[in-house]
Ligand binder design. Sequence first.
Ligand code: AMP
Length: 371
Amino acid sequence: MTETRPAPPPPLPPGSTIGIVGGGQLGRMTAMAAARLGYRCHIFAPEAAPPAGDVAAAVTRADYEDTAALDAFAGQVQAVTCEFENVPATALQRLAGHVPVRPGPEVFAVAQDRLAEKRFLNKAGLATAPYHAVASASDVAAALAALGGQGLLKTTRLGYDGKGQVRLGGPVSADDAWASLNAPTGIVEGWVDFSREVSVIVARGGDGAMASYEPVENVHRDGILRTSTVPARISQATADQATDVARRVARAFDLVGLVAVEMFVARDGTVLVNEIAPRPHNSGHWTIDACACSQFEQCVRAVAGLPLGVTARHSDAVMSNLIGEDATRWADLAAEPGVCLHLYGKDKALPGRKMGHVTRLAPRTAAGTLS
Ligand code: AMP
């Protein structure tokens, strides 16, 4: 599905350099897609040997607070995007003083903070789980009581892959939950008894054109994404609702770039937004192998000002993450007929670390036919 308004900005010509802030696998796959379109990528990341560095034209290794390094980086790129949403917004603001940053720093400032994110979504008329801001153990106990006795305590900032979360309403007391969070503020969310988790990835160009991928069904274990499957087992009405929600998020941010919107489908069919990520997303990796234009190429197109690509898929797909030791099976997976194997070039297979993924394709079946 696409939607357009006039006056597209001039695209970056091939040979231009796109700066990517963050050096993980998302940056790696973005740089690979950029290279296919004739762009170079320059990675800015604090860590030694970032996975994206293996496939990029240049790497700046510096802290996100290093203003001299940020200024030098900005002088060597024609546009900047971010593969990691916890980059300090001040670093992105500094870059935006020199070069277009897409999506803009204000989008990251919202997405980095669960409370700001929920308020933003609710203001845009989008439903989320009920929540309370908390700053003490007694706040946690009061919030839990107000939410019917079942919920989750989450950090407001720097949470990902289920980190910084404690289940409430079971054996863990409010006091212990609050102590384990080890943060000055938090958020207590009501427990959502969902039937499915889905996400929708939307790209939006500088001209307001949008292109969204079909909703994908996600399964998490221990807070970490394990599999993403298309078509999702949801009705057409739910798929339409999820797509509409994601497009409304992109529009509300006046976003240029990509946003992934993770949603719960409640048992009554209502769609609630869980989280947004203004960057390519793990639940969109299937698009590399099942679509002519992947989420990574789509991100590059939006950032470079090229027309957005077609989002239709030619196959059904199941993407499975290779987490920690899973990746030691690389030789068997490489031998499996038809499997699309992606390894991120990381050396240590630490528990919970995303080392790669595989996508298995099957002939395309219709979307949204299941309930
Ligand atoms: P998050 O890091 O907030 O995306 O949470 C990771 C996973 O924990 C989600 O994908 C859900 O599977 C689960 N989860 C998070 N929040 C809730 C909630 N309010 N109710 C039920 N499950 C949740």
